[in-house]
Design a protein around this ligand. Structure first.
Ligand code: C2E
Ligand code: MG
Ligand code: MG
Length: 743
């Protein structure tokens, strides 16, 4: 359509006041002029041609009928700011039909409508104006230039408001959905990438963005540097690296000052947004290429405050994860994470044939903790960590498995006893202390057989436990036989519990005789554990297991009850002076009820306490002398007798021996065994002499031969126990044995 024919009419408006200026134009307002009268088009254009509103000029689109107008409206939609709409065109209400269809059917709500009619008094009803959201109604004659200009300006203003409200509404909707998406993120990295993406779509721009956060808040780094947590595009490779590594002066500078100032920075080419929640801080650097509009800035603020909770959540989640897999003190992988690492190398058959796992257990670490304090203990562990890291750099994975146990995964060339011992050769600087340390090492070779991490750790631990007991070397390599032993032990312990509960354990009795008269003076109660094939598991085998598992406490109570029961049975048969020796293990002394239990059992069975003799081995006394001395002293007062079993095999110190309320020394079988014809048995002799000096009676154990009995009698030993006189036997047999002795 041509408007040339009206160009000279411009002059008619020149006298009129103008609101316009053509400087600083940045965009245009679309104005649709709908009129079947061509002159109106030209006049309108001329009247408004140099008008600039909010830095934008007007751009005219022309339609000459209602139908044509609707087509243009359908095409351009909300980008049309104003429609100057003639009412009467092809039909009397063609303009009103346009308004109705546009608002009601096409749902185009933003463009402002100014109705114009040639005839005064043709005004549409008020209801129509409301329903179709018509801004203004003017008769054409009313439209002088200045009136038209004011109407246009007012309409543009309201168009802009409507537009930005709608935009904010859309933006808010988007904030709600994008924030909801972000809330589901549990990894810091995904969250930060999401932030950049959501912001780009929020402000409708391709943005290159970087999210940076202060270490310490999210990262378990010790410095307070700024790290890149999330990035899109060209910056992506810098994730988890320090901010400075981006080598982009502008980003470094503005991110730093954003975090310092704790506020957003909006510049023409870029913006830096500040994000914070409960001490977790981050800056989002956005490469935008243009200034962000005020509306978008407001949107971003709403967005950032609504995702800050999400940011806090991922941080907490991250910390939980860190806590779950990192040792809090050394920041090394903890046991769980170490098992994960082992899972990885255990699962891959390809793991090199030289790969192996080691456990390092620091000797006497508890002494450092107890003696120098927890802090010294922690410092020691940190010093060991540092030494390990220096020794192995990146070649070996290091973890902290337990309080003073470290784990290593590496190659045999790096992880071996020589290198580990060398590592512990120099003392460790732990705060103000410089401590020499020693350690035990367990090794396990990964032989390319697929295995679970937990199993590898278990095997290495078996080797470590054996290393701790080794006397010659402080290390051990795992071998499958070791495991069979542990499995066997566990099976035995389980079986023992079952059989003890089923009352399958028995108590046998071995007579003890007076060496001079060879008359029976008493007997020792000895446990028997029958096996299904009619044999017995030796107490030398299962008693240590029962001690280890703690079962010995219940079993010991039963032994004492049974002994007392049989003693009173013997009394009823007239054997009123026989005494019963009962073996007591260390764990029983540790039982806080031990003393009361012993007293109660003896009292309940109405047995004279002095007919019960408690046998303790030398090693028990040495283990925890104080507990044993106290308990025995109290029981001694109660009336029971006390004997030291296997005397001569332990390392009794004389001072303890003198503190113990003893009645008898049992000369160990090994010294009796040494007695052969024509040879002196010095230790047996020394023990008997010692006993006499201390005023204690002595009994020889394991007397098998006549000459042994004679030799001991000559030395002045009082009593004897051994196969020469009688083997241990069940109670019924004991009764027969006693009866036969009688006659
Ligand atoms: P022990 O207390 O030193 O018991 C003496 C052991 O020497 C018994 O072994 C006995 O059968 C054995 N013996 C006795 N005379 C001879 C002999 O002439 N020659 C030889 N070769 N051996 C002889 P047993 O019954 O196998 O008991 C082994 C150990 O198990 C006991 O050594 C004791 O330490 C422990 N034990 C047995 N019963 C109990 C119990 O009820 N409680 C506790 N805590 N330990 C027990
Ligand atoms: Mg004994
Ligand atoms: Mg003994």
């Amino acid at each position: 359509m041509s408007s040339n024919k009206y160009d000279n009419d411009e002059l008619i408006f020149l006298s009129e006041d103008t609101h316009s200026s053509t400087a600083n134009v940045s965009g245009r307002w679309n104005v649709l002029v709908v009129d079947d009268d061509e002159e109106i088009h030209a006049v309108t254009r001329l009247a408004l041609s140099d008008l600039v509103v909010n830095d934008k000029v007007l751009h005219f689109i022309h339609a000459y009928s209602g139908d044509e107008a609707l087509k243009i409206i359908a095409e351009m939609g909300s980008s049309i700011a104003i429609i100057l709409l003639d009412v009467v065109m092809e039909a009397d209400d063609a303009g009103l039909t346009v308004a109705k269809k546009m608002r009601e059917e096409m749902k185009i709500l933003e463009p402002r409508i100014i109705l114009r009619t040639g005839q005064p008094g043709y005004a549409p009803e008020e209801q129509v104006i409301k329903d179709y959201d018509i801004n203004d109604y003017k008769t054409k004659t009313e439209l002088t230039r200045s009136k038209l200009v004011t109407t246009i300006i007012a309409s543009l203003r309201s168009y802009q408001q409507i537009l930005s409200i709608n935009q904010s509404r859309k933006g808010l909707q988007q904030i709600i959905t994008s924030a909801a998406n972000l809330m589901e993120e549990h990894s810091v990295r995904n969250f930060c990438e999401g932030v950049v993406t959501q912001i780009s779509s929020l402000i409708g721009l391709e943005t290159g963005g970087v999210v940076c956060a202060k270490a310490g808040s999210v990262l378990d780094k010790d410095d307070d540097g700024v790290y890149v947590l999330g990035a899109a595009g060209e910056f992506a490779p810098y994730i988890n690296k320090k901010l400075e590594s981006l080598h982009n002066e502008r980003i470094v500078k503005y991110v730093t000052s954003c975090l310092q100032l704790k506020k957003h920075i909006f510049e023409n080419e870029f913006s830096v947004l500040y994000l914070s929640s409960s001490g977790y801080e981050a800056a989002v650097f956005l490469q935008v290429g243009r200034g962000i509009s005020v509306v978008d800035q407001q949107l971003l603020e709403v967005f950032l405050s609504s995702i800050s909770i999400g940011y806090e959540n991922v941080n907490l989640f991250h910390q939980l994860r860190t806590a779950a897999f990192k040792d809090w003190l050394t920041k090394l992988p903890n046991r769980s994470e170490f098992i994960n690492l082992l899972d990885e190398c255990g699962a891959t058959k390809s793991s090199s044939e030289k790969a192996l796992v080691a456990l390092i257990d620091i000797n006497h670490f508890a002494d450092i903790n107890d003696g120098l304090g927890q802090e010294a203990g922690n410092n020691t562990l940190l010093a060991v960590t540092k030494r390990l890291e220096e020794t192995f750099s990146d070649k070996v994975e290091i973890g902290r498995i337990g309080s003073d146990v470290f784990g290593l995964i590496g190659e045999e060339a790096d992880v071996n006893p020589q290198i580990l011992n060398q590592m512990f050769a120099a003392p460790f600087k732990a705060g103000e202390h410089t401590l020499p340390l020693s350690a035990c090492f367990g090794f396990c070779r990964l032989q390319g057989v697929p295995q679970t991490g937990i199993n590898i750790l278990k095997q290495t631990n078996i080797a470590l436990n054996i290393a701790k007991k080794n006397l010659k070397a402080n290390f051990e390599y795992y071998a499958p036989e070791m495991e069979q032993e542990t499995t066997w032990r566990l099976d035995m312990i389980r079986q023992l519990t079952r059989d003890f509960d089923a009352k399958k354990l028995q108590l046998w009795y071995q007579p003890q005789v007076d060496l001079v008269t060879e008359k029976i003076v008493g007997m020792e109660a000895l446990l028997r554990w029958p096996t299904s094939d009619g044999g017995f598991v030796s107490p030398a085998v299962f008693v240590p297991l029962a001690e280890y598992s703690g079962q010995i406490i219940d079993i010991g109570i039963w032994v004492l009850e049974e002994s007392c029961r049989q003693l009173s049975a013997l009394s009823k048969l007239g054997y009123t002076s026989l005494r019963m020796a009962v073996n007591i293990s260390m764990p029983q002394f540790r039982d806080p009820n031990f003393i009361d239990t012993v007293k109660n059992i003896i009292t309940e069975h109405a047995v004279a306490p002095d007919r019960i003799e408690l046998e303790i081995t030398e090693s028990v006394v040495m283990d925890e002398p104080q507990i044993v001395i106290e308990a025995l002293s109290e029981l001694k007062q109660f009336g029971v007798k006390v004997a030291v079993d296997d005397f001569g095999t332990g390392f009794s110190s004389m001072s303890y021996l003198q503190k113990l309320p003893l009645d008898r020394l049992k000369v160990d079988r090994s010294f009796i065994n040494e007695i052969t014809p024509g040879k002196a048995a010095f230790i047996a002799e020394t023990i008997v002499t010692l006993g006499n000096r201390l005023g204690l009676s002595t009994i020889a154990e394991g007397v098998e031969k006549r000459e042994q009995a004679s030799y001991m009698l000559k030395l002045g030993c009082d009593e004897a126990q051994g196969f020469l006189f009688a083997k241990p036997m069940p109670f019924e047999q004991l009764l027969e044995f006693l009866a036969s002795q009688e006659s």
